[in-house]
Design a protein around this ligand. Sequence first.
Ligand code: GCU
Length: 661
Amino acid sequence: MHNFRSYIVIFLLFPLILFAESGSKLWLRFPNVKNGISADKIISKSKNPTLEIAKKELMNYWRGQTVELRTEKSLKNLKEGYTIKSSSEKIIISAAKESGLLYGVYHILRLQQTKADINNLNITEKPSYDVRILNHWDNLDGTIERGYAGHSLWKWEDLPNKISPRYEEYARANASIGINSVVLNNVNASPNMLRTDYLQKVKVLADLFRPYGIKVYLSVNFSSPKVLGGLENSDPLNKNVQQWWKEKASEIYKLIPDFGGFLVKANSEGQPGPQDYGRTHADGANMMADMLKPYGGIVMWRAFVYSPSKEDRAKQAYLEFVPLDGKFRDNVIIQIKNGPVDFQPREAFNPLFGALKKTSEMVEFQITQEYLGQNNHLVYLAPLFKETLDSDTYSDGKGSTISKITDGTLRHAKLTAISAVANIGEDENWTGHLFAQANWYAFGRLAWNHELTSEQIADEWIKMTFTNDKNFLNPVKEMMLSSRETAVDYMMPLGLHHIFAGTHHYGPEPWGDYKGGRPDWSPVYYHKADANGIGFDRTKTGSNAVSQYFPPLNETYGNIKTCPENLLLWFHHVPWDYQMKDGKTLWEELCFKYDTGVKNVREYQKTWDKMQPYIDEQRFAEVQAKLKIQAKDAVWWKDACLLYFQTFSKLTIPYEIERSV
Ligand code: GCU
């Protein structure tokens, strides 16, 4: 009876098992196992767990010529980089570190998989950033803050004894795109993360990730000495507090000798921090940095700070951090969100970039799509990442791009880093939306080489994940490349921002006015629509946030005539009848932008429907279903925003535009 029942269960589950299979392999869909090369066609003198992985990957998947893996000290300046030289008989991959050799192996596997020419290669690769890090916002109870792909991968209750096979699959996926660091837990950190029993669990993950070249970091709660250690306070200048951190660091490094360091969210959104004791961010960060220094650890201190006050939220981080420039230890890096508000579909870049001249700075992106349709909308984020990295801050004259400020080109930095909030969970397909895998991939590839174009990355990803067939590749690539602008159009065109519903940030709520709560979380605070017009005046007549940008940007942004139109309502309160560059009024332009967003998603649906012959049914159906949601949501955004803004503009919605139902 028991057996019979299990058969029925298996029978019923069978379609699910099949369905679940297809998204799980990510972009790692190398040719069949049987086609790999034999051990004698891999030449390598040294032995090491990382090299073992490299060899295993070759034996399983490499179909080509003999491969020689050489560790060469002389290539030290490439850091984790490598060279690849090939003839028709042999490929030689050389690197100073074993992790470099592993990256080289993934490079040739990628070339093979994307059907590139593998003869006469002469490649030199050097990563743009030293620390290429994913920030997981995972809680110890298995939930994920802003996670849309199921629960956390980390099974804290099973660790350290039971080991999920996905830990290693995760590490392999990261290594294949060059990600070498991970913060395991939420920036809103539980003090329990530093408890000895949890550190023993962290050790198991660190041991598993190490051969893949990945270091583990932790988010820490500033009140840990008080909450966990039972001290009277967590004042960074208190000797007992310093001693507590010193002992904690020593405990961590005994378990994990290559532990990366701490990520800290302090005095932000209710989190504790040094200011609770009248100390500065520098006092707090430096105290921790001193404890980690003997072990080579670093502190990534977040600049995401703001509080409800009369001051424009977009100005607050700059006001707090610029006076502290030069006061941070050299193993502290200030981690700065790409924009000064909060991962909006489009923001002006964060004026802190370049403004800290004597302090290391790193970008924090968000891969998880908190403000971009979460796991339902297809939004390829490489263009957003590139927009930030390519932004010229003019901090040191023309050409002072954010990439050059953060990668050490412009200001020599001991350590360079780039981070992003992960979109990974235990969903079978890892990221909730199949196309969200592309955003994990794109972040890794850009962290490795920020000069790659969004198109190159999309091209690689599509070929690896789906097929090389041009009939699929070209239309899907086009859809991906326009998808971020499309989302901006149907959500928040022309520089609008933060008009999301509630605290879940999924749909529109431009009418939201949280009186008595946090006015600075209210949509009306950001769009400021009234009878005269719409937009946030950040010029001299308003909050003067433009003054935080270096010349000539302060002037360019501050003048309505020269401000880029895609940031117009970010910087200006604009009359409804203001004439745009294309001759339309602002009101008409707004209407057409929302409409374009909707129409584009409908085009994506048509494009995708034609893709059915080229890929498996499961993945086809999954994406098709998500696009239906996205199309409905786009209409929802357009109608909600236009009908609400119309109550102020009192103008007709142009007749060419689809009516609301
Ligand atoms: C956003 C997000 C929060 C998160 C915060 C942060 O505000 O909504 O969930 O904690 O960013 O980055 O710290």
